[in-house]
Design a protein around this ligand. Structure first.
Ligand code: HPA
Ligand code: ZN
Length: 378
């Protein structure tokens, strides 16, 4: 446990670290130690069902990455868009990736079928139905407006369709949902500023900003001024960093962009100082194990750094990233990761608890989520 054990040690830590540690002690109560430890006794054969039923938050899902090939074809037909694939099977067969860029090329092509507000609604609603089946009770969805505005689709069309699905999910499925606007980092700072300007009339409809797309060669610093403006507007801040890129990108996401969570962050294991900082400040990592294997960040799930990150006391969460492309939704990520890394039910409870701690909700809502988790474990 990287949280400082006594107050005297706190004297030597930065204010943010002391605050994070104090908050953790205050809100954890007996839950973390007693309840989590007792979960170790859940028999191995019951673990898959325990993982499926676990209440959880999903914090790293690109909604355009939830477009299943069947829906891509249905929307293409509805909108008269011609696809460079003959069938659903042919499209699915193209999902063999060698790195992040090889995936992004297909991912942006898939999004070309989205034209009308109803298309964005249908896409997000399909995700929420899948999320409910996996016992996701809170979801923060990334969306990539520039992928759509570049094709002449209005920003309003995108956000209004997504927002309507979020409201329906809340009303009918009991899933609390928020949207995070991602800037495409392979595009320019000027284009990101333009997108932020388009988003300004819609400030009440999304909770924060993020940074995604091609990581290598596009360090967080490129967007320092855009993120400063977003923060001044009261938006929460996250950033993809340390997926394929070096640990230095995680440092600058924290120090330059002031990111509150790091998306992926799996390269942090290569930097002991960074590991210490992430643990001490309780900066969450939204890890996406199936994505990392599919994009060859790790050769095999057995090589994944998730367990090292978790054992070092980092606030790790498990997420699906682009579930339609990477072989499964959040529960599939839990199941395959737990099988490969020999994790038990106590790890599952820690991961679920981390997901609620890392979510952008107020303290009262966090406590309600912790209570839901506690009741599940009782
Ligand atoms: N990384 C970066 N950008 C992305 C991803 C990802 O995994 N998915 C969709 N956009
Ligand atoms: Zn991602």
């Amino acid at each position: 446990m990287a949280v400082p054990p006594n107050p005297s040690h706190n004297d030597r830590l930065p204010i943010k670290t002391v605050a994070a540690a104090a908050w953790f002690r205050q809100t954890s109560g007996n839950f973390q130690s007693a309840r989590t430890e007792s979960m170790k006794s859940v028999p191995k054969q019951q673990l898959p069902d325990f993982l499926r039923g676990l209440p959880k938050a999903e914090l790293h899902i690109h909604i355009e990455g939830s477009l299943e090939p069947e829906l891509i074809f249905a929307l293409a037909q509805r909108n008269g868009v011609t696809l460079p694939y003959d069938s659903v099977e042919a499209l699915r067969a193209a999902y063999a990736f060698s790195d992040l860029q090889s995936f992004l090329d297909i991912y942006y092509a898939g999004a070309s079928v989205l034209l009308h507000e109803a298309d964005f609604f249908d896409m997000a609603w399909a995700y929420f139905l899948r999320a409910q089946a996996d016992n996701v009770i809170h979801a923060e969805l990334f969306f990539d407006p520039q992928t759509h505005t570049a094709r002449g689709v209005a920003f309003d069309t995108v956000i209004n369709g997504l927002r309507r699905a979020c409201e329906k999910a809340e009303a009918e499925l009991g899933i609390h949902a928020g949207l995070i606007l991602c800037f495409l980092r392979h595009l320019s700072e000027a284009e990101a500023f333009e997108t932020l300007a388009q988003a300004r009339p819609h400030l009440g409809k999304f909770i924060g900003v993020g940074l995604d797309s091609s990581e290598r060669g596009h360090p967080p610093e490129k967007f320092a001024r855009v993120f400063a403006d977003a923060r001044a507007l009261g938006l929460r801040v996250v950033a993809h960093a340390g997926e394929e890129g070096p640990p230095e990108y995680i440092w600058s996401a924290l120090d330059v962009l002031k990111a509150e969570r790091i998306d992926h962050g799996v390269q942090a294991v290569n930097d002991p100082m960074l590991m210490q900082r992430l643990a001490a400040e309780r900066i969450p990592l939204t890890v996406c194990p199936l994505s990392n294997v599919k994009l060859c960040v790790f050769k095999d799930m057995k090589d994944h750094s998730l367990r090292q990150l978790l054992d070092a006391g980092l606030v790790v969460t498990i997420n699906s990233d682009d579930p339609a492309y990477f072989g499964g939704y959040i529960n599939q990520n839990f199941l395959e990761t737990f099988a490969a890394l020999d994790l038990d039910a106590s790890h599952a409870v820690t991961l679920a608890r981390n997901s609620f701690e890392a979510s952008f909700v107020d303290e009262a809502q966090k406590r309600r989520y912790f209570d839901t988790l506690d009741a599940y474990c009782a």
